[in-house]
Design a protein around this ligand. Structure first.
Ligand code: SF4
Ligand code: SF4
Length: 319
């Protein structure tokens, strides 16, 4: 797969074709995104328009303290459109994991991108270490704290997407005793709340990122309605429990008591095995990962990974 960082801003459909992808398949994919956004299949052409027309929004993608699992999940998705669209429908100027440039050249790319007079969107992955003025996390000899402060508070930064639970809420780095005092973006920069969208999950479903970008493009830079944790209600408006296919068994009082049991295989509820679905807001049962499955369907309890402090608050993970 070839990524379009640095490609000329030509026609998106032509570039999709260059990747061997047909318009028909593209529309089918847009239908999947529409469904994740709670829209019917008839909205697929509108989604396609949002992704293929208009000026491509400049995007910079910062990495902080994390495992890079969010980027890995994004790049390794089985859906061929996800990565192509993310890198073709937007103008991704800076992404440390996949960009060819390094060192001073990379720094130049970043500074050029954030100087775009039309503004830019910043996607952030990873938490920011704040102890001792941020010295526990550096890129190019500058602390992540300094870099994020410069980029996210830049006058040209139109929106911030905190992608993954680390960026949204601190994630694993912030688990007790949190020696680096790692924090989520809004914990460090609370004033950014009006323009920040949290897409938590460990990792999040890439469809939720694409859907957020589609909404942003369709609505001239407006951000979707958010819940009290800055998560888009479109994707995080219902609990995992409400959407779970094992819910009828929960309601019937049918609980599996061990993983290797006939009841677990028959689809009985995993609550007694530690499932945190009732306390967790996300659309995993509806959207599934790579459109195929999700943890509870595979027989593993939900561990609450899209909630703040889930490492501390949701453990023990197994009942
Ligand atoms: S949210 Fe999870 S998958 Fe993403 S970077 Fe953090 S630890 Fe890794
Ligand atoms: S398996 Fe979990 S999410 Fe599903 S019904 Fe049981 S408690 Fe709820």
């Amino acid at each position: 797969m070839r990524f379009a960082v640095g490609l000329a801003k030509d026609n998106v459909e032509e570039r999709l074709e260059a990747h061997g992808l047909s318009r028909r398949d593209f529309l089918k994919y847009c239908g999947v995104v529409a469904a994740a956004m709670g829209l019917g299949p008839s909205f697929a052409p509108e989604i396609a328009r949002a992704l293929t027309t208009g000026r491509r929004t400049t995007v910079v993608y910062l990495h902080n303290a994390e495992c890079t699992g969010c980027t890995e999940a994004l790049l390794r998705t089985s859906d061929p459109f996800l990565d192509v669209l993310l890198f073709d429908a937007i103008s991704l100027e800076y992404q440390e994991t996949i960009m060819a440039a390094a060192g001073h050249a990379a720094e130049e790319v970043l500074h050029k991108a954030i100087a775009d007079p039309n503004g830019f969107v910043c996607i952030v992955e990873g938490a920011i270490p704040t102890a001792q003025k941020g010295i526990f996390g550096k890129v190019g000899n500058r602390t992540m704290l300094e870099i994020n402060n410069e980029v996210l508070n830049h006058a040209n930064c139109k929106a911030v997407i905190s992608y993954g639970t680390c960026a949204a809420f601190g994630g694993v780095q912030a688990a007790k005793p949190n020696p680096t005092e790692a924090k989520g973006i809004l914990q460090v920069f609370p004033k950014l709340a009006p323009k920040t969208i949290n897409i938590p999950g460990c990792p999040p479903n890439p469809i939720n990122l694409v859907g957020t970008i589609v909404y942003y493009l369709q609505n001239n830079g407006a951000i979707p309605k958010l819940d009290d944790k800055n998560r888009p209600e479109l994707f995080y408006g219902q609990s995992v429990h409400e959407l779970c296919e094992r819910l009828p068994h929960f309601e019937a009082g049918e609980f599996a008591e061990s993983f290797n049991s006939e009841e677990a295989r028959k689809g009985w509820c995993l609550y007694n095995l530690g499932c945190k679905g009732p306390m967790t807001y996300n659309n995993c049962p509806k959207v599934k990962f790579n459109g195929t499955s999700w943890p509870v369907a595979a027989g593993h309890p939900c561990i609450g990974c899209s909630e703040p402090d889930f490492w501390d608050q949701m453990s023990p993970f197994y009942g």
